[in-house]
Design a protein around this ligand. Structure first.
Ligand SMILES: [Zn+2]
Ligand SMILES: [Zn+2]
Length: 255
């Protein structure tokens, strides 16, 4: 199993995970054209995508979802709450409503959704498995919960939100106070220190890769996220990957 981020941040998110001939996209926050270009950068044709899953309805995750799913006939997996918040889908779309607590399989990949606290109708985050290795993804959550940690413990790779540095956010003169409260609130986004604390409570003995994701370009800096996560793991800062808005990450292998 291997994975890569096509891009990460408030302007668009998408991640690809691949096992054998199965290729899943998690979120499609870029336009159709941009998604195709970013897949090509990773050596993928869009026709290879076996299915598309969404975490929630926010536009930085859903922007290109209907068009991509329709154009390439890839089933779109979403919760009922996400479905309600999006525009009505075109008739030809292969829409699959998922239960946020129920594991399902798409060809060679097991998909384990789980609920998170975020200001969306029914947000889900995911753990992907090929039966041996597990990739845990967590972005767009205001806080950690015991259930989140039970899903992410023991993973072989983690993609973990490091949205903001709390001091940079609170002293940013361009952000009105209510927006600051939304971002840092229990249904907002994880800051570096909360991610660090969450990570330090997990069993990381099998961890091969970690990616800091969904960084704010205005309220965070890659070196702050890297420092926070490396302190939790007691590892070199070089070992922490940071997904960027423009480049995402390259491929990371789990075998
Ligand atoms: Zn987001
Ligand atoms: Zn969101």
């Amino acid at each position: 199993m291997r994975f890569a981020l096509l891009g990460s941040g408030s302007a668009g998110n998408s991640l690809v995970v691949q096992e054998g001939h199965t290729t899943l996209l998690l979120d499609c926050g870029f336009s159709l054209r941009e998604t195709i270009l970013r897949l090509a950068r990773l050596g993928l044709e869009p026709e290879q995508v076996s299915g598309l899953l969404l975490t929630h309805e926010h536009v930085d995750h859903s922007r290109g979802a209907y068009r991509f799913s329709g154009h390439f006939k890839a089933p779109l997996y979403i919760t009922h709450g996400t479905r309600v918040m999006l525009e009505p889908p075109p008739d030809h779309l292969d829409l699959r409503i998922i239960d946020v607590h129920d594991t399902f399989t798409v060809q060679d990949i097991e998909v384990h959704p789980y609920p998170v606290p975020h200001d969306a109708r029914e947000p889900a985050q995911y753990v992907f498995s090929n039966g041996q290795s597990r990739l845990g993804v967590l972005t767009d959550t205001g806080n950690s919960t015991p259930h989140i940690e039970s899903m992410l413990t023991g993973c072989h790779a983690l993609v973990l939100e490091c949205n903001h540095d709390i001091d940079m956010l609170m002293t940013n003169p361009r952000y009105p106070y209510p927006l600051k409260q939304r971002i840092r609130g229990d249904y907002g986004h994880l800051d570096n220190m909360t991610s660090k604390a969450l990570l330090s409570r997990l069993d990381n003995s099998s961890l091969r890769h970690i990616v800091a994701a969904h960084l704010s370009e205005k309220n965070n800096r890659p070196e702050l996220a890297r420092a926070a996560l490396s302190e939790a793991l007691n590892c070199s800062e070089d070992w922490i990957n940071v997904a960027t808005q423009t480049e995402g990450t390259g491929w990371l292998d789990l075998e």
